[in-house]
Design a protein around this ligand. Structure first.
Ligand SMILES: C[S@@+](CC[C@H](N)C(=O)[O-])C[C@H]1O[C@@H](n2cnc3c(N)ncnc32)[C@H](O)[C@@H]1O
Length: 275
């Protein structure tokens, strides 16, 4: 499969937003560089019109320029090793790759070799999901991780002593990478592939984790509500602070009420509780 590579030059402050926006339109891997971001999309999934709209939305190319080329998909491990620094989520969680030294003093340590998947804790959404998870009692609980990426949230659930964890993602590389990360962190669960409708999880869950994007969360909210046990928690992220109201409006008639909300760098995260 051919990949489209965009080498984007842009201001440092703009990179995180840009990566999130590109992820919405078919890009599935990113490398931050000295100049900006290298972004990669499977050629057939690249939505050129949406990309041009994005450029227009941010009044680009005033802020960025880009160079487009085609390339085969490769293993990004070496590049990641150059670019990935460990991350601390407050004093609580230390996320590192297996080639980094462990850091003593943290309650939880997660080993993520990210390759091409999203989810190291660097992004504000993952960061807030990890923090919210630590505030919810996972011990002995049944947890569903929707859009698992690197598997980081499922691994956190394991560290928080969840009893049973199901995780899935639509991206086959995430599944491959996620299962490697599960092995690295002693989690025997296998990541499944597909959407929630395709995977069709059975039974009730105490906790559902979903850090995806606004449209998918709105579309799947009813399914999350059906799968949640009474008093169960739904942890959401992947949308902007200004979208919180839309999410809450969709959740309320399904018996999901606000338990906690948080924002970081204009990225929002919610904890909802089922009646
Ligand atoms: C923002 S990343 C989150 C990864 C990780 N859970 C985290 O919190 O860092 C979203 C993930 O959801 C996956 N995804 C997108 N749409 C999905 C869908 N409809 N069902 C399941 N996974 C989906 C993407 O492939 C991506 O890995």
């Amino acid at each position: 499969m051919d990949y489209l590579e965009l080498k984007i030059t842009c201001l440092e402050d703009f990179r995180e937003i840009l990566i999130a926006e590109l992820a919405e339109i078919g890009f599935d891997s990113f490398l931050e560089t000295e100049e900006g971001v290298d972004a990669y999309a499977p050629e057939q999934e690249f939505d050129r019109e949406a990309f041009l709209e994005l450029i227009e939305k941010y009044k680009l190319p005033a802020q960025i320029s880009w160079h487009e080329s085609k390339m085969p998909k490769v293993n990004w491990n070496e590049e990641w090793e150059k670019n990935y620094d460990p991350i601390e989520v407050d004093d609580l969680v230390f996320v590192r790759a297996s080639f980094h030294d462990p850091a003593p003093g943290f309650q939880y340590e997660i080993v993520i070799n990210p390759k091409m998947s999203f989810g190291t804790g660097h992004h504000a959404t993952t960061y807030q999901m990890l923090k919210h998870q630590a505030e919810i009692d996972h011990k002995g609980k049944r947890v569903l991780d929707v859009g698992s990426g690197t598997g980081i949230l499922a691994i956190m659930a394991h560290l928080l002593e969840a009893q049973e964890i199901e995780a899935f993602d639509i991206d086959e590389w995430c599944v491959e990478n996620g299962n490697e990360n599960f092995d690295l962190n002693g989690l025997s669960t296998r990541m499944d592939i597909g959407t929630i409708r395709e995977v069709n999880p059975q039974g009730k869950f105490d906790i559902i984790l979903a850090n995806i994007n606004k449209n998918i969360l709105l579309d799947e909210m009813e399914i999350y509500a059906e799968l949640l046990d009474s008093k169960g928690f739904l942890l959401l992220s992947g949308f902007y602070t200004e979208d919180i109201e839309d999410l809450l409006e969709c959740a309320a008639p399904l018996g999901l009420s606000l338990y906690k909300k948080n924002s970081k760098d204009n990225w929002a995260a919610l904890i909802l509780q089922k009646d």
